[in-house]
Design a protein around this ligand. Structure first.
Ligand SMILES: Nc1ncnc2c1ncn2[C@@H]1O[C@H](COP(=O)(O)OP(=O)(O)OP(=O)(O)O)[C@@H](O)[C@H]1O
Ligand SMILES: [Mg+2]
Length: 465
């Protein structure tokens, strides 16, 4: 069994990590301190990231059972993408946030993605203004070097966008940002950013503020993402990675027409990325096996998707293929889980080995206890067993007169139940299924978390496979 890395962990980072894990949420920062396994999956995604950086594209479906680590994996991939000079955006799908809609739900997904737009320098989101600013300052530098007027440099650089659907207005909005920059008009700059973030809800307002006739809405959701991918490349990034989690919310759409339009959008995305026609644009989708395989409601219910997403029939009996669009997350092993617990112990002790509250023997005993209580699920879907372990450490820390031997067997553990298995509303009306939408978790002390994140900027570069 492996020993944990001897790294120190900053107190704020430690607290944020522990707090997220104890509430069953994937931590927003510092995942590298607890990450185990997934080496091949990470390598596969790294090759996608490199391809996107080279102006290519790619789409992957990360499929795993309830609680198997999809969200965690998406977070890891996102940190690597940022480190490799991609812009990232991410969002959970939700009944009100979809890839295709006519009642504002696609715009709502777009706006959520833009709020979460992140770069290595701005890992906690809100990166749009700095990206536009970077584009403008590059033009300023070029103008200084060549003597050409800034505006004409900007227009020339943006000319390639005009070939794309919606590119003309997109370029106009960027030009307005430059005007605002040039004339110290903060309002104009912020209106341009608001437009790019999909925050204008009427064309009239957009026209009054920026002189453009269009806004980002349901009908141009995907075209805007393609434009954005080109634009971030012009601003000096490699491209954009779009991470969409909780795809099961599409499977849960009761209205089959609404579901199929969303699947058609996915087909478009997949076709573009296999044909390489979306430069610098990558997608990763996180979903449960039902979302993929269910013949009535899953992606497989859409024939064209089924044929594209069918798994390699030779990759059975322990043989693997990481090159297809579907990446099955294998479950963590007991060995992985052991390493994970040693890492948690290390984080809890803020990296100070002499402050460990439990011995290796204690960790093994804890695993035995979990195995007895809930069987295999303890390492396959580790959310509750991670939480139980951290609860144990918290009690040990605050009650120094107690030792782990006293407490292990009294920890109450429950096997997790998958809310997606709750019966779906099969009515054909357009209302969403009643089950609680997944991935809708309360934010955890965002201010503190954000602070801790900005302190860890440079730690992304320390991330190791
Ligand atoms: N590779 C890993 N290394 C360390 N911890 C992990 C790893 N994968 C998952 N975890 C932890 O396991 C728990 C469950 O992971 P996660 O929430 O990512 O699962 P999920 O598949 O997204 O679940 P759901 O189906 O509920 O969305 C979390 O506490 C997460 O931090
Ligand atoms: Mg998840």
């Amino acid at each position: 069994m492996t020993t944990p890395p001897q790294t120190t962990i900053r107190p704020r980072e430690r607290d944020a990590l522990l707090q997220s894990l104890r509430s069953g949420v994937v931590p927003r920062m510092g995942q590298q301190h607890v990450q185990v396994g997934r080496v091949n999956e990470v390598k596969a995604l790294l090759s996608d990231i490199n391809r996107i950086n080279d102006g290519g594209s790619g789409s992957r479906f990360i499929v795993g059972d309830y609680g198997s680590g999809k969200t965690f994996f998406l977070h890891i991939v996102r940190s690597i993408a940022m480190q490799q000079k991609l812009v990232t955006v991410h969002a959970d799908l939700y009944p009100d946030r979809r890839l295709h809609a006519t009642g504002g739900q696609a715009r709502s997904l777009y706006a959520e993605l833009m709020r979460n737009m992140a770069t290595r320098a701005k890992p906690d989101g809100g990166a749009m203004p700095s990206i536009v600013e970077r584009f403008v300052s590059q033009a300023l530098t070029e103008s200084r070097d060549t003597g050409a007027p800034v505006e004409s440099i900007i227009r020339r650089n943006l000319s390639e966008l005009s070939e794309l659907t919606g590119g003309y207005d997109f370029a106009e909005v960027i030009a307005k940002y430059w005007q605002g920059h040039d004339t110290d008009n903060e309002q104009l700059k912020s209106d341009a950013v608001r437009w790019l973030r999909g925050e204008f809800s009427t064309r009239t307002d957009a026209r009054a503020a920026l002189g453009v006739r269009t806004i980002i809405d349901d009908s141009n959701f995907y075209d805007q993402l393609k434009l954005l991918a080109r634009f971030v490349r012009l601003a000096g990034f490699g491209g954009i990675l779009i991470c969409l989690d909780e795809m099961v919310n599409l499977y849960k759409l009761a209205n089959s027409q609404a579901r199929n339009s969303n699947y058609e959008q996915i087909l478009r995305i997949l076709n573009d990325s296999t044909q390489g026609s979306a430069a610098g644009l990558g997608f990763i989708f996180g979903g449960t096996p039902d979302f993929l395989l269910d013949p009535r409601r899953g992606l497989y219910s859409y024939a064209a998707l089924q044929s594209r997403l069918e798994e390699n029939s030779y990759a059975v009996d322990g043989l693997v293929d990481y090159s297809g669009p579907v990446l099955r997350l294998t479950s963590l092993t007991p060995e992985d889980f052991y390493v994970l617990l040693t890492k948690l112990r290390h984080v809890q002790a803020a990296g100070d080995e002499s402050a460990y509250l439990i011995s290796d023997e204690g960790i093994t005993q804890y695993m035995n206890h979990c195995a007895q209580r809930i069987g295999d699920a303890y390492f396959r879907t580790p959310r509750n067993t991670i939480k139980g372990f951290l609860d144990l450490l918290a009690v040990l820390e605050q009650n120094p007169d107690r030792v782990w031997e006293d407490l292990i067997t009294s920890i109450n553990l429950e096997r997790e139940s998958n809310p997606d298995l709750a019966p779906l509303n099969t009515a054909t009306d357009s209302s969403p299924a009643p089950a609680r939408p997944r991935g809708f978790l309360p934010e955890l002390q965002p201010a503190e978390d954000r602070q801790a994140m900005s302190d860890t900027d440079d730690e992304l570069s320390a991330f190791k496979l």
